[in-house]
Ligand binder design. Structure first.
Ligand code: SF4
Ligand code: SF4
Length: 189
C-alpha cells in the first residue's frame, strides 16, 4: 500500500494513495522491452509472470505488431481495458508507482494529484511517502484529524484504506463510546 505519512502537531496521520486506474503509467512508463529479432520480452519479474501467462502467445502477438529490427519499449501488453491483467503478480516497479526517484515522473498521475490535494488540507510539519506490503500497525490519530479527513469528501475506498492505516486514540474512542451510551439530559427529563 502507498500512503503519505504526515507529522501533525500532536499525532501522525497516514493518507492513502488510491490508483484511479487511468492506465497512463502503463502506457507511458512501462519498462517492458520487446526484442523482435530475438523474440524476447525483457521485463522485471518475467519468470514469475511466465508461470501464469502464455509467453508464446504474447510473443506471437507482439511479433505481429512489431516489425522493427531493434528492441522496442512498449506500452505494457498486460494492460487490458485500462486495468492490469496480472495485478497480483505485477512487478515491484509497478507496485510502488508513483513513488520512486522522481514522483510520477511528470506523467500527471491523477491518484497522486488527489493524494496531494488531501494532504495539503492538513497543516503538516512534514510529509513522507511510503510503500508497505502486508499488514501495518495502525497509527493513533485524534478525533479532529478523522473529522478533517472525512470533511474532504473521500471516496469509499479512501475511507476504507484510511481506517486500515489509522485509528482513533483509545482515550477518544472510549470518550466517544461514553457519549453515545450516556442518555441525554433531555431524555432523562
Ligand atoms: S497513472 Fe496513477 S492513477 Fe493512473 S494507473 Fe498509473 S498509478 Fe494509477
Ligand atoms: S504489469 Fe500491470 S501495472 Fe505494470 S505496467 Fe503492465 S499493466 Fe501496468
Amino acid at each position: 500500500m502507498i500512503f503519505a505519512e504526515l507529522k501533525l502537531k500532536d499525532c501522525v496521520v497516514r493518507i492513502p494513495f488510491v490508483c484511479r486506474q487511468c492506465g497512463k503509467c502503463c502506457r507511458i512508463l512501462s519498462k517492458i522491452v520487446f526484442d523482435p529479432v530475438e523474440k524476447k520480452i525483457y521485463m522485471e519479474n518475467i519468470e514469475e509472470i511466465s508461470k501464469h501467462v502464455s509467453m508464446d502467445e504474447l510473443i506471437e502477438e507482439l511479433s505481429r505488431k512489431i516489425d522493427a529490427k531493434h528492441p522496442v519499449m512498449l506500452p505494457c501488453p498486460f494492460l487490458k481495458d485500462n486495468r492490469c491483467s496480472i495485478h497480483p503478480i505485477r512487478p515491484k516497479s509497478c507496485r510502488i508507482f508513483p513513488l520512486g526517484r522522481e514522483l510520477d515522473q511528470g506523467i500527471g498521475c491523477p491518484g497522486l494529484k488527489r493524494l496531494m490535494e488531501l494532504t495539503s488540507a492538513f497543516n503538516a510539519e512534514s510529509l513522507e511517502f511510503k510503500f508497505v506490503e502486508g499488514d501495518i500497525e495502525k497509527t493513533k490519530v485524534s478525533e479532529e484529524v478523522v473529522e478533517k479527513f472525512l470533511s474532504l469528501s473521500p471516496s469509499d475506498e479512501e475511507i476504507e484504506l484510511f481506517f486500515k492505516l489509522n485509528e482513533l486514540r483509545t482515550s477518544e474512542r472510549s470518550r466517544r463510546k461514553a457519549d453515545i451510551s450516556r442518555p441525554s439530559r433531555l431524555s432523562e427529563q
